[in-house]
Write a protein that binds this ligand. Structure first.
Ligand SMILES: O=C[C@H](O)COP(=O)(O)O
Length: 248
């Protein structure tokens, strides 16, 4: 039985004070949640969030990091800077990073390996564009992303990876993939993991759906056979909405 995992991605929202206020409300609302709960916040909020959420069931994640240990990479954040704070998760390869910041399947692979090395739990994002969905190439596009992301990744590390399937056309658009569409593609991703690592790991790996998830959509989504959680953008910004998703 896979434990559900609901992660919020706050993207580029909130000052530190605002973030702490939401976290304070959230930790009360979700303290008896059965799912794993994660908030992935902008770097500058991470120290205050780790402090605010210490000893609670809400874990803190970053939205990105560099694959190198250190060096002349102006504006970047190294993995040890995150673990030193007590950050436990990191989103890798979000479509907005791929689209606006030149993230490639190769850098995604390097970042995954760096995350494992530092004991950070990665949330690996994959997904197709609207054009790819309409062309009928969704499965090929995602298989390519999965194969490249897991290139030379050990089975032990692969098993601990959370995969987020996010159709790009459903992100922030209010256009949710139907639960059946999401479940079908997530089932295919599980098969791809199985092709790489075998049935045991495919059955164990947790795969989330992301894209306009709301309190009103989560129950049906979590009722599907292959959906193990959600990566939530807009609806994670308010504690009340996010807690309803967490406690689907
Ligand atoms: O990381 C989260 C996803 O990009 C989904 O964002 P959204 O829930 O605002 O559509």
């Amino acid at each position: 039985m896979r434990k559900p995992i609901i992660a919020g991605n706050w993207k580029m929202h909130y000052t530190v004070d605002e973030a702490v206020k939401v976290a304070r409300e959230l930790k009360e609302l979700v303290k008896d949640a059965e799912a794993d709960v994660v908030i992935c916040a902008p770097y500058i909020q991470l120290p205050a969030l780790v402090e605010e959420l210490k000893g609670t069931n809400v874990k803190v994640g970053a939205q990105n990091m560099h694959f190198e240990e250190k060096g002349a990479f102006t504006g970047e954040i190294a993995p040890a800077m995150l673990t030193d704070l007590g950050v436990e998760y990191v989103i890798i390869g979000h479509s907005e990073r791929r689209q606006y910041f030149n993230e490639t399947d190769e850098t995604v692979n390097m970042k995954l390996k760096t995350a494992y090395r530092h004991g950070l739990k990665p949330i690996l994002c994959v997904g197709e564009s609207l054009e790819e969905r309409e062309n009928g190439t969704t499965k090929d596009v995602i298989e390519n992303q999965i194969n490249k992301a897991f290139f030379e990744v050990s089975p032990e590390d692969a098993k601990e990876t959370v995969i987020a399937y996010e159709p790009i056309w459903a992100i922030g658009t209010g256009k949710t993939a139907t639960s059946e569409q999401a479940n079908e593609t997530i089932g295919q991703i599980r098969e791809m993991v199985g092709n790489l690592y075998g049935a045991g790991i495919a059955a164990a790996v947790r795969i989330q759906y992301g894209g306009s998830v709301k309190p009103s959509t989560i129950k049906e989504q979590m009722g599907m056979s292959d959906i193990d959680g959600a990566l939530v953008g807009g609806a994670s910004l308010l504690a009340d909405d996010f807690s309803k998703i967490v406690k689907f």
